[in-house]
Design a protein around this ligand. Structure first.
Ligand code: AMP
Ligand code: ZN
Length: 110
């Protein structure tokens, strides 16, 4: 499948990994939009938030349980989690991912 994040999961494209287990991967965003900016993705190819179903939603809880642990390790008690669904919302990679942004005072967005 021609998916850049599936290729990162497969190790075909390098990434700066923060955390990995059987279900998810966390790695630094290549174009950081905040002093700390990493992505957390399911290893399963879910195209975006609109494709979350009762069958695949367990991984979302796992991601949200993992994010605070990673934030603790990285020393960022204040952080923002964002997911863009659809091109008008800014989605450029069609593999579900949660942006974790932190470091300094973040601008208002939502
Ligand atoms: P979105 O625009 O919400 O789909 O987010 C996609 C994000 O993936 C952007 O912030 C990109 O900077 C990031 N990105 C794209 N390619 C890579 C890559 N090879 N490694 C790390 N981050 C990437
Ligand atoms: Zn994918």
């Amino acid at each position: 499948m021609d998916c850049i994040f599936c290729k990162i999961i497969a190790g075909e494209i390098p990434s700066k990994k923060i955390y990995e287990d059987d279900e998810i991967l966390a790695f630094y965003d290549i174009e950081p939009k905040a002093p700390v900016h990493f992505l957390v993705i399911p290893k399963a190819h879910i195209p975006g938030a609109a494709a979350v179903t009762p069958e695949n939603s367990n991984v979302i809880a796992h991601i949200f349980e993992t994010i605070p642990k990673l934030a603790g390790k990285l020393g960022i008690p204040h952080f923002r989690v964002v997911t863009n669904n659809g091109e008008d919302a800014g989605q450029t990679v069609h593999h579900l991912h949660f942006h974790v942004l932190a470091g300094g005072k973040l601008g208002e967005m939502a």
